[in-house]
Structures are given as C-alpha cells and as structure tokens.
Design a protein around this ligand. Structure first.
Ligand SMILES: Cc1cc2nc3c(=O)[nH]c(=O)nc-3n(C[C@H](O)[C@H](O)[C@H](O)COP(=O)(O)OP(=O)(O)OC[C@H]3O[C@@H](n4cnc5c(N)ncnc54)[C@H](O)[C@@H]3O)c2cc1C
Length: 491
C-alpha cells in the first residue's frame, strides 16, 4: 500500500513531535516552516560568539522529554547533557533576594524561615500537587479533548473535587500560606504561563510540584539542543523539511484538504497537521466555510501573555545574579491586572533575567555574559521602538537598585523582540508568546478542538490547543495528534 503523506505546518515543538511520531508510524512526513530555521518559538540565533535561545529557558518536567525520546529507542543523553540547577532560581523581593533551593529539606527550612511552621503546609500542598500531577500526566494531558465523554471513566472525573478543578489556585495557596513572599513564589508559575491565579483552577498547582519537587534543569549548549535532537531524530526517521516556505492556503476536494500551498509550491497531502498558531490557520489559511471558529470566538479567548524581550551580549561578567532571576520587587497583583484585566503597558513591571552563561561557558565568549530579559505583557498592546527603549531603561534602573550594577555600559550586543516580532515571525494571534491561557473554561475539552469540524483530514496541534502552553505540553500535543491520525490510518 502507498504510504500516506502528511504535511505539517510549522517546526516548533508540537510540529517536530508529531513529525517524529508519524514518521515512526510509517507515514511520509514533510514539515513546512515559514522561517529560515527550525524550532519555532524555541529558535536560536548567534552573534559574535553569543548563542541566544530565543524563547523557552526553563526546562521543567524532565520525564516528558525522557518519555519522548524513549519512544524512539533513544535517550535524552544521546542528544544533550542535562544539569539540575541548584539553587533552582533567585527571586528579588522589595527588601531582599532569596535563592530557591533544589533539595526538599532545604526548601522546608526556607519556608519555615519565612513563615514558622509553613513547611507542614508546604508538604500537604505538594502532596496534593503530586497527586494532580500524576493524574494529569497519566491521563489528562494525553486525551485528545474531543468531548467530555472521554474523561467519564478516568480518574480525572472521578476525582474532580480532589483535583480542585472548581476552586482557584489563589484561594488554595492563601488558605495554606500567609507570608506574601511565599504566596508570590507559589503563584508565579501560573501567572507567567497563562492567567491570574484567581482565574486558574487549583488543578494547576501541579506546576508547583513540577517547579519545587521535579526541579529546574538546563541542557548544556542551550534549550535549542532539544530542538536539534528532535530534528536529528526526525531526519533519521525520514522526515523532510522545507524552510522559508509560508503556507498561505489549501486546496480542498471531497471533504478533505488535498494540498497545502505557498506562493511558489504546493504540498500534496492525505493529512494536514497545523502546528502553526491555531488562530492563524483557522482564520487565514482555511477558507470560509471550513473554519472551526469565528473571529468573535477568537477575540473572546483569554490569550496567555506576550512579552518584551532583550537579548544582550555583555562585555564582562555580571556578578550578583544567578542563571534564572525573577524580579518580584513590585506589586504582583497590579502587573497581573495590567496583563489580564486592564491591558496596558505595566506601570511597575515584574520581569525575569536569564543568564545561562552562568551555567554554560559555550554560549558566550570567555569572560562575557549572555543575558535575556523578559517582561510579560498583555497581548495586542501597541508596540514601538520608543516603548521598548523606555522599558529597557526602567529594567536597567531596577537592576541597579537590586543588583548594584548598571549593565548599559557593558552592552556589546543588544536586540529587542516584542509584539510585532511575534506577529511577523510566528503569525501569533495578538502577538501572544505562550498561546492560550489555562483558565477553567479553556481547559481540556473546552480548548479549541484538535480536529477540523468540516474536513476529515485536518488536525491542529500546539500551544493553542490541548493540553496547553509550554514546551512539555506542546511536545505532548504533537504526539496526541499523531496518535489520532495513525488510529484513522490503521482503522
Ligand atoms: C519568550 C518565550 C519564553 C518561553 N519560556 C518557556 C519556558 O521557559 N519553558 C516552557 O516550557 N515554555 C516556554 N515558552 C513557551 C514555549 O516556547 C511554547 O509553548 C512552545 O515552544 C510552542 O510550540 P508550538 O509548536 O506550539 O509553536 P511554535 O514554536 O510557535 O511553532 C509554530 C511554527 O509554525 C510556523 N508558522 C507559522 N505560520 C506558518 C505558516 N503560514 N507557514 C509555515 N509555517 C508557519 C512558525 O514560524 C513556528 O515555527 C516560552 C515562549 C516564549 C515565546
């Protein structure tokens, strides 16, 4: 029998995961990418000895990566060397900074120091979070999310209350902890990846388990090593790649997409996997009558934040910071409100500094520092050079205040990246950086569906559909879609 052909639009984590899984299933796979390099939001670029990861920098949930490579008889260590960071990260508060320890006894001590007796509460909180993580990772995230019925027999529905689906994570945290610093520490993972803690189901405390117990890791050579590993695996499995090819339409016949088209080429397919931003494919590639959703539907979704980023090459060492540094020295709730409720450029931004050259000497010239600054922003704000520069100086002043160093005279290379770049480079709806927020009404089968409702052979994957934003979910999303397609091929 002739091998089925699948075309995948986009080479991010979800596209590469589906490409490898489909190729392993005996399918002829072509990945078509609009940019000149692979990896999507996790691309890299180089400048005079500095190697910058453009997007993700936190390697969480290591077993998701282990499981992925193991499916193909490989190990993570075949592609990159992982290191667990200790401390996991540093947090700057108004009056002090704290280093978050990687070991549990140290972490318990840390909690008791800030709120006497709170280590007991932390243990309870993390035990519950571990249960949610296990149910979530064993069952929840692997469901395609076609409808509620697929959850009926699972532990997910049987333990909806135990999973605390209907209460918010901020209530759960505030019931157990009173110290504002501990509260910020526990709320940050959901805030940076999706929605206000008040709008996020307590289910997502599974992220705290991932953070505090499973740890923060780093692949030597940079996060892009994961992409390189996946691309090398995909090529070994026979996947074809076409870069600098923007898909701008499809040819439809017999209730199916027959080909995905760019301005100069046409890629015939039996199945189409859209791993580019769902909204873009739905509204701009699919013709009217074949779209899953309306413009109003998309406009009413809560998007995860966009970001203002700076990639900096510093001519010297930046003392006084760690690999990951969170600046929570201003009002947390105000910034959350200015991302989610009352969108505007933040009055007093929280921000994040990543300095991976603290762990990895290969990504900066000797004696120099590789730095990445990130300010989470509400999606679709007006982006201009003036605003980027204004915020750059606000951040630099805060670094002087908290770390005691003015980085500006040290700058050898500087590149900014914001809303307009997300739109131009990734066709990102409203310039989102991390897809769709994890609110209760955008969880599981309530997320945009991974199958086209009108065309039998069109599927969606990536951070705007199940299971959600972030590298591990995107990796899972690609595998879930591939499994759905392979099921229909084998049926
Ligand atoms: C700044 C930043 C920091 C982040 N930090 C973290 C982190 O620390 N940890 C973490 O787990 N997650 C993090 N994330 C989120 C994570 O990077 C994403 O969830 C994940 O990479 C998304 O993968 P994806 O496959 O869904 O989409 P993408 O990576 O966006 O891939 C989609 C691809 O489709 C291509 N494309 C779009 N339109 C077309 C078209 N018409 N034709 C052809 N190709 C097209 C795009 O160019 C892109 O390559 C971060 C994201 C950003 C932006």
């Amino acid at each position: 029998m002739e091998r089925k052909k699948v075309v995948i639009i986009g080479s991010g984590f979800s596209g590469l995961a589906s490409a490898c899984s489909l190729a392993q299933g005996g399918v002829d796979v072509t990945v078509v990418e609009k940019n000149d390099s692979l990896g999507g939001r996790a691309r890299k670029f180089q400048h005079d000895g500095f190697l910058f990861d453009m997007g993700p920098s936190w390697y969480w949930m290591p077993e998701v990566f282990d499981q992925f490579f193991e499916k193909f008889g490989k190990k993570v260590s075949d592609y990159y060397t992982l290191e667990r960071l200790d401390p996991s990260y540093r947090v700057y508060f108004e009056d002090e900074y704290v280093d978050i320890p990687a070991t549990m006894p140290e972490l318990y001590k840390f909690f008791d120091f800030h709120e006497p007796g709170s280590s007991k509460q932390l243990k309870k909180f993390l035990d519950e979070a571990e249960y949610k993580y296990q149910v979530g990772m064993d069952e929840f995230v692997w469901k395609p999310g076609h409808g509620i019925t697929e959850f009926i027999d699972s532990r997910v529905v049987k333990s909806l209350f135990k999973l605390q689906m209907f209460s918010s994570i901020d209530k759960q945290i505030r019931k157990l902890f009173k110290n504002p610093k501990l509260i910020k520490l526990l709320e940050f993972p959901v805030l940076f990846l999706g929605a206000t803690p008040a709008d996020t189901p307590a289910l997502y405390s599974l992220m705290n388990y991932a953070d505090l117990k499973l740890g923060t890791w780093y692949p030597q050579g940079g996060m892009h090593k994961i992409i390189e590993g996946m691309v090398s695996l995909a090529k070994e499995l026979g996947v074809n790649f076409e870069t600098e090819t923007n898909i701008n339409g499809v040819t439809i016949g017999n209730g199916k997409v027959q080909s995905a088209n760019s301005s100069s080429s046409s890629f015939e397919c039996d199945y189409l996997v859209a791993s580019a931003d769902y909204h873009h494919v739905d509204q701009h590639i699919m013709p009217k009558g074949f779209r899953n959703y309306s413009a109003e539907y998309w406009d009413s979704r809560t998007m995860a934040p966009s970001s203002l980023l700076f990639y900096l090459g510093l001519n010297g060492r930046l003392e006084g910071i760690k690999h990951h540094n969170l600046f929570f020295d201003e009002d947390f709730d105000l910034h959350a409100e200015e991302i989610y409720k009352n969108p505007k450029w933040p009055s007093k931004p929280l921000f994040y500094i990543c300095c991976p050259s603290k762990t990895d000497k290969s990504i900066a010239p000797a004696g120099k520092e590789n730095v990445f600054l990130l300010v989470p922003l509400a999606p679709d704000l007006e982006d201009s050079e003036e605003m980027r520069e204004k915020y750059f100086h606000i951040i630099c002043e805060r670094i002087i205040d908290k770390v005691g160093v003015d980085i500006r005279p040290m700058i050898e290379y500087k590149r900014s990246y914001c809303m307009n770049d997300f739109k131009n480079d990734y066709n990102a709806y409203k310039g989102n950086a991390y897809g769709l927020a994890n609110t209760l009404f955008q969880t599981a089968f309530l997320k945009p569906k991974l199958k086209n409702k009108h065309l039998q052979n069109v599927y969606y994957t990536g951070q705007l559909t199940t299971p959600g934003p972030g590298v591990p979910p995107s990796l899972i999303s690609g595998q879930v879609v591939a499994a759905e397609i392979l099921k229909t091929i084998k049926a």
